[in-house]
Design a protein around this ligand. Structure first.
Ligand SMILES: [Fe+2]
Ligand SMILES: [Fe+2]
Length: 242
C-alpha cells in the first residue's frame, strides 16, 4: 500500500491511501491535506496504523518535523488517530480545533494542549495561506464536527461531506453529488438533523472553487451548487422541505 501525493490547489497537497478491502470491489480512500506555508498545516492525520504511510507521504513534500498545525473534521480514528505520533515527531506542532472538540476530547486526548479556535477564526499560515475554521455540529456526524476553508485558493477542506467509494483521479470536474448520495444510502453515516441542510448551505455561501473530500476525489468547479444539491438531499432525508 502506498500513499499517492497530488497538488490539488496551489500549495495544497492531497495525500491519498486506497484500501481495496473496504466495500470491495469498489474500495475506499483515506485522504489527508497538507497546506504549505511558514507554518504548515495537516488536515486529518489518518488512522494511527497508517501513520508511517502518511509521514512518508508528507516527507515527499516537506520535512515532517516542520509541521506546525494539526486539524481535522472531528475526533475519530481516521481523522486524528495519529495526532500524538505527529506531536512527538514535530516539536512545534499543535492540534487546533473548536470549543467542543477541545473541551470534550482534545484537552484530555492530545499529548500537548490544543489551540482553541472560535467559529470563524482564521489560522494564518504565512505565505498567503489563511485557513478559516467553521463549526458544523453533527454535520455530517459528530458534535465536534468542523471544516476548514483556505481563503486564497477557495478550497474547502470538507472532511466526510460528499464521502464516496472507489479510487478515482485526485481531481475531478464531474458530478460528486450522485456518488455521495449512493455512499449515504450504503453507510448511513450522517447524523440526520434538522439543521443539516442549513449548515451545508452556509458553506455554499463561501462559493468554494475546490472541494477537498476526505473519502473521494477533490472536486474543481462550482462548489456552491454541489453543496446546495447535497443540502437538498439531506433536507429530504430529514423530512424537511429544501
Ligand atoms: Fe467521520
Ligand atoms: Fe472520515
Amino acid at each position: 500500500m502506498r500513499t499517492q501525493v497530488h497538488e490539488i490547489a496551489a500549495g495544497i497537497y492531497r495525500l491519498s491511501t486506497f484500501v481495496p478491502g473496504i466495500e470491495a470491489p469498489a474500495g475506499f480512500t483515506f485522504n489527508q491535506f497538507l497546506v504549505l506555508g511558514d507554518e504548515p498545516l495537516l488536515f486529518h492525520t489518518g488512522p494511527r496504523r497508517m501513520f508511517p504511510l502518511v509521514r512518508d507521504a508528507v516527507a515527499r513534500v516537506m520535512a515532517p518535523g516542520r509541521l506546525r498545525w494539526i486539524s481535522f473534521g472531528h475526533v475519530e480514528a481516521d481523522e486524528c488517530g495519529s495526532m500524538n505520533e505527529w506531536l512527538a515527531l514535530a516539536p512545534h506542532a499543535q492540534v487546533a480545533h473548536g470549543q467542543t472538540a477541545c473541551s470534550v476530547q482534545l484537552d484530555d486526548l492530545a499529548d500537548r494542549a490544543p489551540r482553541l479556535l472560535a467559529d470563524g477564526e482564521v489560522i494564518d499560515l504565512g505565505g498567503g495561506k489563511r485557513l478559516r475554521y467553521l463549526d458544523t455540529p453533527h454535520t455530517p456526524h459528530a458534535w465536534d464536527a468542523a471544516v476548514l476553508y483556505e481563503e486564497s485558493t477557495g478550497t474547502l477542506l470538507c472532511g466526510d461531506l460528499f464521502t464516496q467509494l472507489g479510487n478515482g483521479p485526485a481531481l475531478v470536474t464531474g458530478d460528486i453529488v450522485g456518488p455521495a448520495i449512493a455512499a449515504e444510502e450504503l453507510f448511513r453515516y450522517s447524523s440526520l438533523n434538522p439543521a443539516m441542510g442549513t449548515t451545508i448551505r452556509g458553506l455554499a455561501d463561501l462559493a468554494p472553487r475546490t472541494l477537498a473530500l476526505m473519502h473521494g476525489p477533490a472536486y474543481e468547479g462550482d462548489g456552491a451548487s454541489a453543496l446546495r444539491a447535497l443540502a437538498d438531499d439531506y433536507d429530504r432525508r430529514a423530512g424537511r422541505p429544501g
